[in-house]
Design a protein. Structure first.
Length: 307
């Protein structure tokens, strides 16, 4: 089996390529237009996507490439919409063109986000796939729109698409713009002799964290066993406060710190609680998280300290 991965040089993409290769897939890693570590593609250019499909001849396409940073989506929403909505539409067009000219059949696994749920009433938790989306920022809106695009094409154009709604995922090598990686990077700098101040945003928010290595394993299993036109949550089902995450990291780092609030790290529409239900995923694939949360935290800090 052959798999093509967009966004293959990103945080999740690198882990997914490794998981696919371990599972025996031939892989074609696709990166950005200026990426030297993978086949360069441009989601805005159909010829680029058609060429990648012709080269890779995939049975599966994992679409990870996206504008993913919420604050950037708030600062520049149109760029996020163009990449995440139009880019997805271009990819599905390229897949249809490839299927028409080759007679092949391609399955698309779309990496969406639980951000599409937005703020929900307390009785809605843990969130299930039947919960109506209520996006609270442009990034979430773009992912919700891309989901609707894929579901519409699955129902009317025969697109074979499976949607994975991943909740917060963490792991070694994540960009330090994201909260857990930011804490780890700050603690590593303190451990190396830097000032002891550690800057934080909202520590009371509760999130559902899953190790990225478990997330990509779910993606591979869904690509094999998921039903076309269906949405699946990928999550641990456990809500942890950001404060508890920080405490675990401080324990791992063994350094004294002075925690300081940083208003720049606060989101204008932060959601206080975010936890999901992965029973649909488990029922179809048998997936369960394998990596304990403390082990993830230790690996994250170790990677930050060695970088």
């Amino acid at each position: 089996m052959r798999a093509l991965v967009t966004g293959a040089t990103g945080f999740v993409g690198r882990y997914l390529i490794a998981a696919l290769q371990e599972a025996g897939y031939e892989t074609l890693a696709c990166g950005g237009p200026h990426d030297s570590d993978a086949l360069p593609i441009d989601l805005h250019e159909l010829p680029s996507l058609r060429a990648a499909l012709e080269l890779g001849r995939p049975h599966l396409v994992f679409h990870l490439a996206a504008a993913t940073f919420v604050p950037e989506s708030i600062a520049a929403p149109m760029a996020t919409y163009v990449t995440n909505i139009r880019g997805t539409a271009n990819l599905t067009q390229a897949i249809r063109d490839y299927e028409r000219t080759t007679g092949a059949r391609v399955r698309l696994l779309f990496a969406s986000s639980a951000e599409v749920y937005g703020a929900q009433p307390p009785q809605a938790f843990p969130l299930r796939e039947t919960c109506p989306p209520a996006p609270a920022n442009p990034y979430a809106a773009s992912k919700a729109a891309a989901e609707m695009l894929l579901l519409g094409e699955a129902r009317s154009l025969g697109l074979d698409a499976v949607i994975a709604r991943a909740f917060n995922h963490i792991g070694p090598g994540q960009n330090d713009r994201f909260v857990v990686a930011s804490f780890a990077a700050q603690l590593a700098a303190i451990a190396k002799g830097g000032p002891p101040q550690l800057y934080v945003g909202n520590l009371d928010a509760k999130r559902d964290f899953t190790d990225v290595r478990d997330v990509v394993r779910a993606y591979v299993m869904l690509a094999r066993d998921g039903a076309s036109g269906e949405i699946y949550n990928v999550c641990s089902g456990v809500a942890r406060s950001i404060r508890d995450v920080l405490r675990e990291l401080i324990i791992a780092a063994h350094v004294p710190v002075e925690v300081r609030d940083d208003p720049a790290r606060l989101r204008p529409s932060d959601v206080p609680l975010f936890v999901g239900d992965a029973s649909k995923l488990r029922g179809v694939t048998g997936w369960e998280p394998r990596i304990p949360f403390p082990a993830s935290i230790r690996d994250i800090y170790r990677a930050a300290a060695n970088s």
